[in-house]
Design a protein around this ligand. Sequence first.
Ligand SMILES: N[C@@H](CCC(=O)N[C@@H](CS)C(=O)NCC(=O)O)C(=O)O
Length: 311
Amino acid sequence: MSDLILHHYPTSPFAEKIRMVLGYKQLSWQSVIIPMMMPKPDVVSLTGGYRRTPFLQIGADIYCDTALICDVLEHIQPARTLYPAEHKGLARIVAQWGDSLTFSPIMAFNFKPSGAAEIMGSNPPEWVTAFVQDRQAMRGGAPRMSSSDAAATYKSYLRRLSDMLAHHPFLLGDAPCIADFSAAHPIWFTQCRTPSVAGVLDATPLVKAWLDRIMAFGHGQSTEISSTEALAISHNNTPAALGDEPFQDDHGIALGSEVVIAADTFGTEPTTGQLVAATRTRLTLRRRDERAGTVHVHFPRIGFTLKKVTP
Ligand SMILES: N[C@@H](CCC(=O)N[C@@H](CS)C(=O)NCC(=O)O)C(=O)O
């Protein structure tokens, strides 16, 4: 049985990014389906507060944010690399664009009335109200971009991707890399979750063919387990030894301090614990939970804030 446990739900675009990477790298994994909105008691037992989807569990180690999860998967399975040596910086920069700048307009477009109806499915009105309120709270009350404003942006982005695909099958060459998976997941949502608005893709057939190529990698081999089983796995394990990467102190906060880490936008629920590692690229907290036991929760540096807990 694989040690990789992905906590996710089927309609999450960021989770689809990781499912596609698992497929590309031909990995086996265990699947825990988590709630789409708060409350998420089992999630919070493992993460200490972080509530975004997906996150990866390996024993008693919890990895938050898909940028970090991709680094971890690359370390476990370097073959079919996500970070080709000739495009190292470029691949990550295009990936960051896919994960941030394209995500909001594309999701605003997908939430056109017919798309929203497909997303809400047959859920009862109380569920729909709770979902809308949950996402509004995550955005700090900011309104979603209007779908008409989003349409022009989305179409421009599709044309740019199409230009990138004019001479090779993937964004940066003959093989996919992190840029492809990060750019693909919101478009996957349009194509597969809101088909009533997927006509927007028809003007860029190169993008449609590229998405099909990525989707053809599949999702790897998965076995479903419950969140109770995932909590027991964490409880029965101890966190893996920390690597020997040097401590990088950008905050004047010593290792061993009680700290709080939170995403800097969208879903800023904090995680508190003891800072046990701060490398160039990631931060690690040690914390204890009655059900999850002692866990290490790992975050990327980019996109997260670190503060000392003031007594
Ligand atoms: N930067 C994060 C973004 C993750 C994200 O925004 N996920 C969405 C789902 S696609 C989310 O958390 N939605 C709220 C929820 O699932 O509770 C990442 O790369 O993991």
